[in-house]
Design a protein around this ligand. Structure first.
Ligand code: C2O
Ligand code: CU
Length: 565
């Protein structure tokens, strides 16, 4: 369809609060297409944006709005999500398939309005349709508002460090065989730094990310974990990292020799090039605590290459990262995150809570279909739950069903508490606890309600760490611990002064995490574990946040080009 200038102007007036606003809006074009790519001497077609892998970086200043024209020239359905962007009043452009939109079919197009408000720092975008995000992702950099600066000395340069993965297998085949078999998915063949595996893999000596630095200068590394199934450790040999931000929000600076980063999270660090000119490795590897869960045991490397003259054959040893099952190392990094809480970057933690929620996170099983064999324990099909509900996608997206009051697509009885209370983190929990209920249940929140949500990991089937991600909001992480949450004692130790402001938080292995947020963004907002196998097994749910009383607290109207189911 070709639009005339007149139609474009009319469209602007209607949907972008006037012409001025419309003409000033920056537009990105994202064309998705399958293209041949080679890694580890393995050539295959992967779905990518604008021919780039990782995809293009979006640059905005705090508070700006952009439009991204997403064009699907690939062979299967896809959607794009702006991870960590609150999308105030505009769930229509958020992107999760069957939650806020129907997928964009091959040959289709959807112009998504991405509204930045409080975000300040690093976020990212990724596909949100089955496992297409394995290759469809990129950085979002939110620079300080025009005329303002970082709350730390201006770095000499800024570098996105995106952790990703490479499968020799085709992603669609991987996904469908995983679903069909009912067990754990095949693990990836390599981890990547900015699309490069590095020199620890066969046939990959030269395919390594290389960052050139000048001695004495400081670099801002914007680390993004786009890995699909693992929390990661990252570090740089001989260099400390000073953490200054996470999930698009500034933190109190602290220094560490490694970073723990969950899928979905971003961690901004300052790297001071304060060593003798040489080549130093950066590296990332998986943190995995659950016994018997397969995961890639390999390590991806990159190089920090000092400018100057020296013998380049003397690259230093790899950074010393924690061992793969070191929960203390994982948790102690995450617990060190604190909001900056300064005059220019204040915190606003809800203190009077109107809505208390307690959600268990479990791995479960369903019986295998008669006549079939399944790879789950004892011929079962693995599943996962929030409060013992395995989420199932509706056939029309939830937002559409809610907005147009289409019956029969979802139920509003998502439980506030787990249906069964037990010692959640006890060893050897009985196998009866493994069964769950399938459903498309949502939790309805009144506008402006203040929510405290405690996530409790359970030890059913060996437990796990769960990086929980909420769309439409960032939340304050007020507390976390190992074992069972104690409703009397644990709240006494909450941090209500400078808790970190996250959109994704790893609930520790057999532990709990408490978050708080004010439900002031009306819409339908997905919440799920950001380990893709857990999400695909059903560790997902959605909130519906009602409109407020004033027109400014209502959802915006749907754009005219919403894809149809
Ligand atoms: Cu990073 Cu629901 O997604
Ligand atoms: Cu999980």
């Amino acid at each position: 369809m070709k639009l005339s200038i007149f139609e474009i102007l009319l469209f602007c007036l209607l949907f972008f609060n006037g012409l001025h606003h419309c003409l000033a809006i920056k537009r990105y074009r994202f064309e998705l297409k399958e293209e041949k790519h080679t890694k580890l001497c393995n050539t295959k077609n992967i779905l990518i944006v604008n021919g780039q892998f990782p995809g293009p970086t979006i640059h905005v200043h705090k508070g700006e709005t952009i439009i991204v024209d997403v064009i699907n020239s690939g062979n299967y359905n896809v959607t794009i999500h702006w991870h960590g962007v609150a999308m105030e009043r505009n769930p229509w452009g958020d992107g999760p398939e069957y939650i806020t939109q129907c997928p964009i079919p091959p040959g289709g197009k959807f112009s998504q309005k991405v509204i930045f408000t409080v975000e300040d720092g690093t976020l990212w975008w990724h596909a949100h349709s089955n496992w297409t995000r394995a290759t469809v992702y990129g950085a979002i950099i939110v620079h300080p508002k025009h005329g303002t600066n970082y709350p730390f000395p201006k770095p000499h340069a800024e570098v996105p460090i995106i952790l990703g993965e490479w499968w020799k297998m085709d992603i669609q085949t991987l996904y469908y065989s995983f679903l069909q078999k009912g067990g754990d998915p095949n693990v990836s063949d390599a981890y990547l730094i900015n699309g490069h595996p590095g020199d620890s893999y066969p046939c990959s000596k030269r395919d390594m990310f290389n960052l050139r630095v000048d001695q004495g200068k400081t670099y801002l590394l914007r680390i993004i974990n786009s890995v699909t199934q693992n929390i990661m450790f990252f570090g740089v040999a001989n260099h400390n990292l000073t953490v200054v931000g996470s999930d698009g929000s500034y933190t109190k600076p602290f220094t560490s020799d490694y970073v723990t980063i969950s899928p979905g999270q971003t961690i901004d660090v300052l790297l001071e090039a304060n060593q003798n000119p040489n080549q130093y490795y950066m590296a990332a590897k998986a943190y995995e605590r659950t016994p018997n869960v397969p995961f890639p045991r390999n390590i991806t490397t990159g190089i920090i290459h000092y400018n100057g003259k020296y013998d380049t054959k003397n690259t230093t040893p790899l950074p010393n990262l924690p061992v793969h099952n070191d929960t203390d190392a994982s948790v102690s990094f995450t617990n060190s995150l604190k909001s900056l809480a300064s005059k220019d970057h204040p915190v606003n933690v809800p203190l009077d809570i109107t809505t208390e929620l307690f959600y268990t996170l479990s791995i479960n099983t369903f019986p295998c279909e008669i006549g079939n064999t399944c790879e789950g324990p004892g011929n079962t099909r693995l599943a996962a739950t929030v409060n013992n509900v395995t989420f199932e996608n509706p056939t029309v997206d939830l937002l559409e069903a809610y907005y147009h009051m289409i019956n029969g697509q979802f139920q509003t009885n998502f439980p506030n508490n787990p249906p069964l209370k037990f010692n959640y983190t006890a060893p050897n929990l009985p196998s009866e606890f493994r069964s769950s209920e399938r459903g498309t249940k949502v939790k309805v929140l009144e506008y402006n309600s203040t929510v405290e949500l405690v996530f409790q990991g359970t030890n059913i089937l060996g437990g796990g760490d769960h990086p929980m991600h909420l769309h439409g909001y960032s939340f304050y992480v007020v507390g976390s611990g190992l074992g069972n949450f104690n409703k009397e004692k644990d709240p006494l130790n909450y941090n209500l002064v400078d808790p970190p402001y996250q959109n994704t938080i790893a609930v520790p292995y057999n532990g709990w995490t408490a978050i708080r947020f004010r439900a002031d963004n009306p819409g339908v907002w997905f919440m799920h574990c950001h380990l893709d196998r857990h999400a695909s097994w059903g560790m997902e749910m959605a909130f519906i946040v009602k409109n407020g009383k004033t027109p400014e607290s209502h959802m915006l109207p749907p754009p005219p080009d919403m894809p149809r189911c």
